[in-house]
Design a protein. Structure first.
Length: 372
DNA sequence: GGGTCCAAGGGACGGATGTA
DNA sequence: TACATCCGTCCCTTGGACCC
């Protein structure tokens, strides 16, 4: 692709955009060293002295050596976990006897943010992981020809705090999750396992894992393996699939795409009734009558809200059906689908009074009590 | 010559968006 | 609200420049 401004040829659109940002916009400069404490502009070399003299921050260095690259990588992983940090390759130099790799803190530097004019999406909600300041923490690693590694490690970070949300999910955790997905462990169970996996009181990056992260990990697997795993999210909320048609989420029945069946109010009411009977039986058997009454009190407002929701829904469906008949129109297109969209409702407020059940619900519960 | 920083571009990741 | 997709952002490499 050819740049219209300077005739430079770039490999793809992405590179062309970046080229335009770099050469043909006013924001083409690379960040120099700005002190993360006072925002004063100082040279990279002076930064450590500046931090020490002006802010009393002593920047610690240590020299370490490792028998091989694997030992160094293991040490790096441990340090990253311990310091809630991530070190990325910044530069590499090779000569006849060694390769020097410079690692820098991933928070160091400035995000390559696109200009307001060319931006098509809003910036990341949690912000860039780049601080716009130079962090002093870095690793200079010398990889010798005999396999040994000698490093100079500066452990002192500056210009930012340890923030887990700006760290990537550790690759080891990703591998573990991928293995669990591959062995068809339900996503909800994997989330629970990962979030409760830490054996310390300190929060770790993997404990912030989300459903979207699981989807991304699933996506990164091979096509064949990916196809064998249930789509994540469907499985978390409603298993609407051919193997398990009975497990459909009733509240979602109207927009269930796979193996959809007609919404049958009477049938679904019966199912809910059966479920409640079964749960009640369980509660009374295992926890006694007091627990049973407590649950009833707790469930009261929920039952009332559901009844309220149900009657409003019936009303709306009936109105829509009447409208369709009046207009002699049966159109399952977007327009008619949107006309069926439920109006947004304010969150259900639960008052003390709401605990009292209406006579009809009380009759149902009484029947269940008799059954028990 | 060694050490470091900066510039530039390729490739990949992953998170926000759009849609059903 | 789930999910596919797009694209903003990040990582990595190479090479030039500068300083000591």
């Amino acid at each position: 692709m050819k740049c219209s401004e300077c005739d430079t040829v770039l490999a793809n659109e992405n590179s062309l955009k970046r080229h335009n940002r770099s050469f043909h916009t006013s924001t083409a400069s690379f960040p120099s060293s700005i002190c993360g404490v006072c925002d004063e502009r100082v040279s990279s070399k002076e930064l450590e002295v500046h931090l020490s003299k002006k802010h009393g921050i002593s920047v610690e260095h240590e020299k370490l050596s490792f028998v091989d690259a694997d030992a160094f990588e293991e040490w790096r992983r441990n340090v990253e976990t311990e310091h809630k940090a991530k070190y990325i390759r910044f530069s590499t130099r090779k000569n006849s006897e060694k390769t020097i790799v410079y690692f820098t803190c991933n928070r160091s530097g400035e995000a390559r943010v696109v200009s307001q004019d060319s931006r098509k999406r809003r910036p990341k909600l949690k912000g860039s992981r780049k601080t716009g300041r130079k962090c002093t923490s870095r690793i200079t690693a010398n990889f010798f020809a005999d396999g040994t590694v000698a490093i100079d490690f500066c452990r002192t970070h500056s210009g930012h705090t340890a923030e887990l949300e700006h760290l990537p999910i550790p690759s080891q955790v990703k591998q573990e999750v991928a293995a669990k997905l591959a062995s068809k462990i339900p996503a909800s169970e994997i989330l629970e396992q990962v979030r409760t996996s830490a054996n310390t009181n300190e929060l770790r990056r993997e404990q912030l894992i989300t459903t979207q992260d699981l989807r991304n990990i699933r996506k990164s697997l091979g096509n064949e393996l990916q196809a064998s795993i249930e789509p994540i999210g469907t499985e978390l909320t409603n298993s609407c699939n051919a193997e398990n048609p009975e497990s459909q989420d009733l509240s979602n029945g109207l927009r269930c795409e796979n193996n959809a069946r007609p919404f049958d109010l009477d049938e679904d009411k019966k199912k809910i009734h059966d479920m409640i009977s079964s749960i009640m039986k369980d509660i009374k058997t295992h926890h006694g009558s007091n627990a049973f009454i407590d649950i009833l009190n707790y469930a009261g407002p929920i039952v009332r809200a559901a009844e309220d929701h149900g009657s409003r829904m019936n009303e709306l469906v009936s109105q829509t059906e009447n409208k369709d008949i009046d207009n002699q129109r049966i159109s399952p297109d977007k327009e008619s689908a949107s006309s069926r969209t439920m109006p947004s409702r304010s969150p259900i407020e639960v008052s003390e009074e709401a605990i009292h059940l209406n006579p009809e619900t009380e009759n149902v519960i009484e029947e269940d009590l008799n059954v028990l």
